[in-house]
Design a protein around this ligand. Structure first.
Ligand SMILES: [Zn+2]
Length: 226
């Protein structure tokens, strides 16, 4: 349906609704910046970075992507992620491509509705990021999934958010082997990816599950912090 609409309707900026482009120059300038360390209430025990605050054009982009089926914006978000990864490498927070194979692990997706509309948005952002990264040594590993019963976290309090995800993240065993390089070689960087960090509950649970499986996590990169 969206593809059909795209043929009839002109593009609209995913950040400010200006007509003409999927992502206008002004939004490109202001929406995302360099990764900034966050201190979520729930500490996953690894660094958590966000590219901006959850407001303005970045917030619009995320809402459009996950709630309004604007899958064309995954490439925009993916480019912001790539820029963030490059900065983290320059700052020595992540090993450079020559030294470490980057394994990007999307946080498990809560948006059943978005998935029905054409895919898991975080996995899609990760896929775009990997395609744009100049190095060959990078891949997406969709290693995490939710068990049944996880609600959309919008509108939940901090303790409800925690209860919502506690014990509900699982490893997808068929992907676990792809994370084995992080066990056998120090030369791989496992980076969790999510759109918005709020309480940090989901990142904490995700890191815990990966650690239990023996996977070393370098950090978590998010588009925005709430
Ligand atoms: Zn715009």
């Amino acid at each position: 349906m969206r593809a059909l609409l795209d043929l009839v309707l002109p593009a609209e900026c995913g950040g400010c609704s200006a007509p003409g482009l999927v992502w206008c120059g002004q939004c490109a300038e202001v929406a995302f910046g360099s990764p900034r360390l966050c201190n979520p209430r729930s500490d996953p025990g690894v660094p958590v970075w966000a590219l901006t605050r959850y407001r303005g054009a970045a917030r619009e982009l995320i809402v459009n992507l996950k709630e309004r089926g604007r899958s064309d914006l995954a490439a925009v978000a993916g480019a912001a992620v790539v820029s963030g990864i490059e900065t983290l490498r320059q700052e020595g927070e992540l090993d450079p491509a020559q030294l470490a194979h980057l394994l990007l692990v999307p946080a498990p997706s809560r948006w059943l509705a978005a998935r029905r509309r054409g895919g898991d948005p975080i996995a899609s952002i990760a896929a775009h990021a990997i395609r744009t990264l100049p190095d060959e040594a990078a891949s997406v590993v969709k290693a995490l999934r939710f068990t049944r019963g996880v609600k959309d976290s919008v509108g939940l309090t901090a303790s409800q958010r925690h209860l919502n995800v506690a014990g509900r993240v699982r490893m997808r065993q068929r992907f676990a082997s792809q994370l084995l390089p992080s066990l056998s070689r120090p030369a791989s960087a496992v980076l969790l990816l999510d759109d918005v960090v709020t309480t940090g509950s989901l990142l904490t649970e995700s890191v815990r599950i990966l650690h239990c499986a023996g996977v070393r996590v370098s950090g978590a990169l998010t588009l925005a912090s709430a």
